[in-house]
Design a protein around this ligand. Structure first.
Ligand code: ADP
Ligand code: MG
Length: 370
């Protein structure tokens, strides 16, 4: 792979917070940044050199991004296939299109994991009411129905606990495919964020433990409270998936730990919310490793503080956050989003400590009512 040296320009498809944090990592290293996003003054455009204002599926705008860029990356998985193919044909998309095609579709990603011999919660794909009824009969309640594509932060999900839940979910089945899956009795949710370079070297960040509320990520904590065996198992499976997909860049796989079982939940072909703690808690962040991988630079070995916790800041916490700034342990990130909505991710905070107990002392008061 060509090495893109500092001074070169990295094009980013998508102008959200992940693009912003990729850009700031790249800026430290001396790269220039071009961003494609339709929104004026979006989080990544605020820190970019060039903003191409266009929709994600606008081939002309993509062409313009390409003119500015020595290499192109994506910060979200729902990249239009023609756009990703265009950059791949130009030899400018080291991450490739396969991880997109697989991770864009919850059904395909589960099939992919199963083929690699990895357990997934029982699931069925459904397109009609009859298929839904059969899926619920086969799988049993509780279950969850999710749109196969486009969902995030629990959007497009229906919890199915009672026959009434099923009737109302069934009514929404129409012109898109859904997946119905068994609701797992989760002991712990963890994610493995890692980076793979084009020569196939993998650098793992610590396995992180995630707590969700209403299906939205609330906190990420390292170290995760899992055994060395579980860590080994998760790493082996993650590596198998990464090799099968030919991953280049930073990537995340989410896992459910339930009793003795570890189930694959989903993957993200890009830096991940559960890896934000790496900015302060590791010698190298998930964003810098990503930039290194796509620019053909060697990955750094990862070293981590003894304990860290990331807490997401949603629109409904933002004012409380600003009132409680000033703790010695708390690092604040605000994504520069103009429009605040109660459930929208507006920023995050990271607390660094010498032990898990030490972290508890640093947790800001507003986070107790998350
Ligand atoms: P997304 O992150 O794309 O919104 P996920 O499938 O990761 O979608 O679901 C979000 C969260 O909802 C998960 O992290 C988990 O907390 C919960 N969840 C999703 N599917 C299941 C399941 N089958 N069993 C138990 N909890 C689930
Ligand atoms: Mg998820």
């Amino acid at each position: 792979m060509n090495v893109i040296e500092p001074g070169g320009t990295i094009g980013i498809l998508g102008g959200g917070q992940l693009g912003r944090m990729m850009a700031t990592a790249a800026k430290h290293m001396g790269y220039r940044i071009a961003v494609l996003d339709p929104a004026e003054d979006c989080p990544a455009a605020q820190v970019a050199d060039v903003h191409v204002k266009g929709k994600y599926d606008d081939l002309e705008a993509a062409g313009e991004l390409g003119l500015h860029s020595d290499v192109v990356t994506y910060e979200f998985e729902n990249v239009d296939e023609r756009v990703s193919q265009f950059f791949e044909n130009e030899g400018k998309l080291p991450q490739g299109t396969l991880p997109l095609a697989v991770s864009q579709h919850r059904g395909k990603e589960k099939e992919f994991a199963e083929k690699a011999g990895i357990h997934v919660p029982a699931y069925r794909m459904v397109q009609t009411g009859e298929e839904f009824d059969r899926a619920v009969a086969d799988i049993g309640l509780p279950a969850v129905m999710k749109t196969v594509s486009g969902g995030y932060d629990g959007k497009g999900q229906y919890l199915l606990r009672t026959p009434e839940d099923c009737s109302s979910a069934r009514e929404d089945i129409g012109n898109t495919t859904y997946i119905v899956e068994k609701w797992v009795d989760i002991d712990k949710e963890v994610s493995q964020v890692f980076t793979r370079d084009s020569a196939g070297h993998i650098s793992f960040f610590p396995v992180a433990e995630n707590v969700h509320k209403d299906q939205v990520l609330f906190t990420t904590t390292v170290p995760a409270s899992i055994s060395d065996n579980e860590t080994r198992e998760i790493r082996q499976r993650t590596q198998a998936l990464a090799e099968e997909l030919g991953v280049v860049g930073t990537f995340a796989v989410e896992w459910f730990v339930s009793g003795e079982d570890v189930y694959f939940n989903e993957m993200a072909p890009r830096p991940h919310n559960s890896g934000h703690y790496t900015i302060e808690a590791c010698n190298v962040s998930q964003f810098e490793q990503h930039i290194r991988a796509i620019c053909g630079l060697p990955l750094l070995p990862v070293h981590t503080f003894p304990a860290a916790k990331m807490i997401n800041v949603l629109g409904r916490h933002r004012d409380a956050l600003f009132r409680s700034l000033g703790s010695e342990q708390v690092h604040v990130h605000d994504y520069g989003k103009h429009e605040s909505r109660p459930q929208r991710k507006m920023g995050h905070v990271t607390i660094i400590g010498s032990s898990p107990d030490d972290i508890k002392l640093g947790e800001p008061a507003w986070s107790k009512s998350w």
